[in-house]
Design a protein around this ligand. Sequence first.
Ligand SMILES: Cc1cc2nc3c(=O)[nH]c(=O)nc-3n(C[C@H](O)[C@H](O)[C@H](O)COP(=O)(O)OP(=O)(O)OC[C@H]3O[C@@H](n4cnc5c(N)ncnc54)[C@H](O)[C@@H]3O)c2cc1C
Ligand code: FES
Length: 264
Amino acid sequence: MSLAPFGRRRGVCASIRKVGSYHLLELVDRDGPDPEPGQFYMLAAVSGWGAGTDERPFLPRAFSAMGGTDGRLWFMLEDIGPGTHRLARLQKGEPLWLTGPLGHGFRMPQDGRRPILTGGGVGVPPLVMWSQHLVEHGVARTLQFGFRDTSHAAVAASFDSVQIATDDGSVGHHGLVTDLLVRELDRDPHATVYSCGPPGMLEAVRRLCVDRGIPAQLALESGMACGFGACFGCVVPLVDGSYARVCVDGPVLDATALDHVPAH
Ligand SMILES: Cc1cc2nc3c(=O)[nH]c(=O)nc-3n(C[C@H](O)[C@H](O)[C@H](O)COP(=O)(O)OP(=O)(O)OC[C@H]3O[C@@H](n4cnc5c(N)ncnc54)[C@H](O)[C@@H]3O)c2cc1C
Ligand code: FES
C-alpha cells in the first residue's frame, strides 16, 4: 500500500479537458508516492473553496486515481455539486490541495481466476488504473462499463477493448452493465470480479457474486468528511455486525465481508 505523506500538500493543475459529460484532470504532485489502483485522494481548490454565500464546499472531496506515475496524477470527475463544479473550473497552472494516496486498493486474483472489471459512471477511474496494471503484468482482463447515455460513454473511446452498456441504448448494450456481468459469469464462472460504481449497481454486483460464490472486490464511494479515519462519517455495515471505515479499511472491500452496500 502506498502511504500518504502527513498532512495536505500543494499540487498543480497540469491540464483539464472535458470529454463528453466528464472532466479529465491531470495534476503535478512532485512530493507524493505513486498511487496504487483503487487508492484515492482528497482534493480541494486553494481559492474559491469554502467561500461564497453558503460556504460550500467546505470540506475536500474524494476522488479515485485513474492513473499516477512520476509525479503526475490523473482523475476523472463529473460536475454534480459545488466541489466538483469548482474542480472542473481549475485552470492550467492553478494550485490545489491534495491528500493521498489514501486507503487500500485492489488485490490480484487468486487460483488462476480471470479478472472481470465492471464499472459504472464515476466508478470507472479506479478500474481503468487496475486494468492497466493487470495488462502490464500480463493478466488478461474483461472490462465492462455502464453509462447513462452517449455523452457519458464518450470517455470510453480512449479505453482498449471495453464492453459498453448504456441506460438509453445509444451505445453498446441497451440495459444495465450487470447484464454484461451475468453474461460473462454464465460463460465462465472461474473469475474474480472488481467493481466500482453507484451504490445500487455495487449492491447488485455484491448479491450476484455472493449468491454464486464468486470472489468480488468492491471499491465503495461512501460520503467522506476527513478521508483518514477520524470522523467515522464513511462507515458501512459488515456481516459480523461491526462497521468498516471506507477511507481506511477500504475503499476496496470484499463482497463477502459487507452486509450490504448502503444507498449513501
Ligand atoms: C473513495 C471515493 C472515490 C471517489 N471517486 C470519484 C471519482 O473518481 N470521480 C468523481 O466524480 N467522484 C468520485 N467520488 C464521489 C465524489 O467524492 C462526490 O461525488 C463528491 O462529494 C462530490 O462533491 P460535490 O461538492 O461536487 O457534490 P456534493 O454536494 O458533495 O454532492 C452532490 C450530490 O452527490 C451525492 N453524493 C455526495 N457524495 C457522494 C458519494 N461519495 N457517492 C455518491 N454520491 C454522492 C450527494 O448526495 C448529492 O446529491 C468518489 C468518492 C469516494 C468516497
Ligand atoms: S471519511 Fe472520516 S473516517 Fe472515513
